[in-house]
Design a protein around this ligand. Sequence first.
Ligand SMILES: Nc1nc2c(ncn2[C@@H]2O[C@H](COP(=O)(O)OP(=O)(O)OP(=O)(O)O)[C@@H](O)[C@H]2O)c(=O)[nH]1
Ligand SMILES: [Mg+2]
Length: 338
Amino acid sequence: MKQSKNSLHKNRRPIAEAARKQSVADRPATQDESAAATSHRTGFVSIAGRPNAGKSTLLNALVGEKVAITAHQAQTTRTSLQGVLTLRDFQIIFIDTPGIHKSDTLFNKRMMDTVRGALQDRDLVLYLADATKPVREEDEHAVSALGKDTKALLVLTKIDRVDDKRVLLPLIQRYTELFPFADAVPISARNGDGLEKLRSIIGSYLPEGPALFPADYLTDQPMRFLAGEIIRERILRATRDEVPHATAILIDSWEETPRLTKIAATIHVERDGQKAILIGNQGAMLKKIGSESRIEIERLVGTKVFLSLFVKVKENWREDPTFLNAVDWRSMVGSENT
Ligand SMILES: Nc1nc2c(ncn2[C@@H]2O[C@H](COP(=O)(O)OP(=O)(O)OP(=O)(O)O)[C@@H](O)[C@H]2O)c(=O)[nH]1
Ligand SMILES: [Mg+2]
């Protein structure tokens, strides 16, 4: 990473500023830019794999900023999201995706639809597999999500936890029997091993073309989404078992003034017991989640933040099409009937 561990800024500019530039980014390149771009490469690269493989951690390491939340629980990422890496000779638009698993709830089925969409029409797919784990049936199932015409690299993750590197070759061979991967790269997003090599291999697969986004553009995620995800990450880290999976955050209101951002959000859970856990003894848990989230959101938006959190039980929301349809997962906003 180029900057400090807690950095939420690119070139010392808040993500907020970069995100607001989105409309500028959508403009077509001018003739001058196109002419100057003969050796420049730009492409879309999706990051896929089983839950917990290290996809979001790799995305953050590749772009050098935290654009996606991560956690030791499976199924942390719930929708596809962008992280853009701009270097002198190329721009890579990475798309992080939810982990591929056999979906049980309606909510999970929709997550898998998102993955399928994110794997189509890409210049390259990085298929991530945890190098500390043997290949199982779930891995075969996940690899089968790659379309037969997909150009994909196998990325073996977490090699900082593999003492005997001789296990990597048989793993690569096994995965290559499942899919004709164009190349295989062992990496550790934690200590940076293999990332430089990965970046340059990715670069070689990108088509020539001008940059699509300004150099400081980082992500397509709206502020509300980023704030909602920060709250969810705090919950993922503070709770266990079913609570993280049963949690959905919706931003109820967002008021900005130059020095203060007032945010109200509702944490939906499925049962009374989960609500009690989230509120905690005399409200201690909710207070902790609220204050930790507020500090991180303040870094994100660049103003003081006043954050109000509410907890609400919405029974079985993961199976409830009305609730799922009413929520826009990209902006974390629900309609009245949520
Ligand atoms: N030791 C080590 N741990 C890692 C590495 N990369 C990721 N992890 C850990 O693996 C866990 C899962 O990481 P994520 O990046 O959230 O995994 P993911 O594939 O995005 O997971 P989902 O969003 O649930 O599909 C976290 O606890 C990370 O800290 C790595 O290179 N080394
Ligand atoms: Mg993830």
